[in-house]
Structures are given as structure tokens and as C-alpha cells.
Design a protein around this ligand. Structure first.
Ligand code: NAD
Ligand code: ZN
Length: 261
């Protein structure tokens, strides 16, 4: 217990134990320790690629070859990445019956690689390519290699099945995510700046529906101190390992480690 009696790890563990039906919402930050840069921040992709030029549907339709410069880099980086202790920690919590689903904004497939079974991919994934003209789909690994942008049999340049700015969220993950948010007991929000809409509405929906919100992030976000009941400040792997320890002990966490707000 820290001075003043506040022990955020112990508090988060208590919430997970007492309020069943926890759900995680993850963002780019959970994959940073797997070597995949996030979009925002000092090392973020946006320092290299202007999102308005590289990550909108409009930009893709106007100049798909240019947008493929960024997409190729993402596919290469994500393809070579392995799940870290945070992805594995969430899979272990699901296995232990303490977590029922992961809603992810990420497109890297690392939750599934870590063993999570119920994964709602809110922004799609890089596994598949789709033709915006004839809607034919392909496995990325069968159609893409570093070099020129991959083309459909109809001749058009293919788009990864990820949601670019200006595209709607596919209806099934949107429905599933909102249902999870409305009915979960605890929402654990990990590694998201909560700035991308409508994903940033999920914590608010959970909170307004009565869930406790636990945030894991080394930095404060717009959720910290408002929507989030507990902020576990630190990297996702370190914090999840400590949370798992606290859960396995069945009591409070020891004095050292991530601080809370
Ligand atoms: P973001 O880039 O806006 O924010 C990343 C957040 O992660 C920040 O709040 C940062 O403080 C936090 N963070 C950094 N290191 C961390 C760590 N070690 N542990 C925990 N948190 C850490 O990301 P976003 O909110 O997810 O929004 C960006 C959009 O782009 C999303 O759709 C996102 O999934 C997508 N994207 C995906 C990937 C991927 O699939 N891995 C990578 C980049 C961007
Ligand atoms: Zn086509």
C-alpha cells in the first residue's frame, strides 16, 4: 500500500475480482513494446507520415501508390512482430475467466497470436486485402510483397481491410463493441490516446452503463481523472504483470511499482 492508503494496482485487482465480465479496449500503445510504433507521440508514425496525406480514404482513392508507402511499412513491421507480455497477460486473464473480450483498435493481429479468443477488431486487420471496385478479397500474404502496390485481378490497386479515416466502422464489430461496453463490469483501457472517433466513445458508453473504467497508460489522456476510475501509470507489460500478480495473490499489491491518480 502506498502512503495515503492509495494502491491503484490493488484497487484494479479488486474491481476485476468483484465485478465480473471485464472487457479490455486496446490501442497502439499495447503493441509499442512489440516494436510497432504508435501513431502519436515522439516516435509515432505521424512524425513521418502526415495522416491527412496517408491515412484517409480520400488519400487512398486519389493516390493509392503513395498511401502504400506507409501501408507497406506497417505490413512489414507488424508481420515481423511478436506478442508481448501485455498481449499474453490479457489472454491469460481470459483463460482464467476474468476477462471476456478484447476490443482492439489495432490491426496487427497480436492479440490472436497471444491466444486471446474473443477479439473484436474495431478497425479491421492487415491480414486481408480488398478491392474497392469489385469487392474481391485476398489474403495479404498471398498477394503482397515489398515493392509495387498489390493489384486485384480486375487491375485496380487493393486496399488492406483496415478502417482509414473517413471510412465507417464495419457494422458487426461496431455492434459487438457497443454491446460489450454496455454490459461489462469493468473496462480496462490500455495504450490508447482516446482521440480516434468513434472508438473513443467506448469508455464513455461503459462508464455511463455502470462499469468501472481502469486505464493503463504511461501518460495521462483525456480519460484520466474523468472517465477513468483508476489510472495505472506505466507500460502495458509491466502493469499487466503486476496486475496478474495481485490477482493471483488475491490481495493488495506490494508497495513499489506503477503509480495511480
Ligand atoms: P495513439 O497512437 O493515438 O496513442 C497511443 C497511446 O499509447 C498513447 O496514449 C501513449 O501514451 C500510449 N503508450 C505508449 N507506449 C505505451 C506502452 N508501452 N504501454 C501502454 N501505453 C503506451 O493510438 P490509438 O489511440 O490506438 O489510435 C491510433 C489509431 O491507429 C488506432 O486505430 C490504432 O490502433 C491505429 N494503429 C495501430 C497500430 C497497430 O495495429 N499496432 C499501430 C499504430 C496505429
Ligand atoms: Zn477488383
Amino acid at each position: 500500500m502506498r502512503p495515503g492508503g492509495r494502491d491503484p494496482i490493488g484497487e484494479a485487482a479488486r474491481l476485476l475480482r468483484e465485478r465480473r465480465g471485464a472487457v479490455a479496449l486496446t490501442g497502439a500503445g499495447i503493441s509499442v513494446e512489440s516494436g510497432i510504433p504508435s501513431f502519436r507521440g515522439a516516435q509515432g508514425m505521424w512524425t513521418k507520415y502526415d495522416p491527412m496525406e496517408y491515412a484517409t480514404l480520400h488519400a487512398f482513392v486519389r493516390s493509392p501508390r503513395k498511401v502504400w508507402e506507409m501501408l507497406s511499412e506497417m505490413i512489414s513491421v507488424c508481420g515481423g512482430a511478436a506478442p508481448n507480455a501485455a498481449h499474453k497477460g490479457l489472454a491469460a486473464l481470459e483463460e482464467a475467466g476474468l476477462l471476456r473480450a478484447v476490443i482492439t483498435q489495432n490491426v496487427d493481429g497480436l492479440h490472436q497470436a497471444a491466444g486471446s479468443r474473443r477479439v473484436i477488431e474495431y478497425h479491421g486487420n492487415l491480414e486481408e486485402l480488398i478491392c474497392l471496385y469489385c469487392w474481391k478479397r485476398y489474403r495479404t500474404r498471398e498477394r503482397w510483397s515489398p515493392g509495387p502496390a498489390p493489384r486485384c485481378d480486375c487491375g485496380e490497386i487493393l486496399k488492406p481491410n483496415v478502417v482509414l479515416f473517413g471510412e465507417p466502422i464495419p457494422w458487426l464489430p461496431q455492434e459487438q463493441a457497443e454491446e460489450e461496453a454496455r454490459t461489462c463490469g469493468v473496462l480496462v483501457v490500455i495504450g490508447t490516446s482516446a482521440q480516434v472517433s468513434p472508438a473513443c466513445d467506448i469508455p464513455r458508453i461503459a462508464k455511463e452503463s455502470g462499469a468501472a473504467v481502469v486505464e493503463i497508460n504511461p501518460e495521462p489522456t483525456s480519460l484520466t481523472g474523468s472517465v477513468a476510475d483508476v489510472h495505472l501509470r506505466g507500460g502495458a507489460s509491466e502493469v499487466l504483470l503486476r496486475l496478474q500478480e495481485a490477482l493471483s495473490r488475491g490481495g493488495d499489491a506490494p508497495a513499489t511499482g506503477p503509480s495511480g491518480h
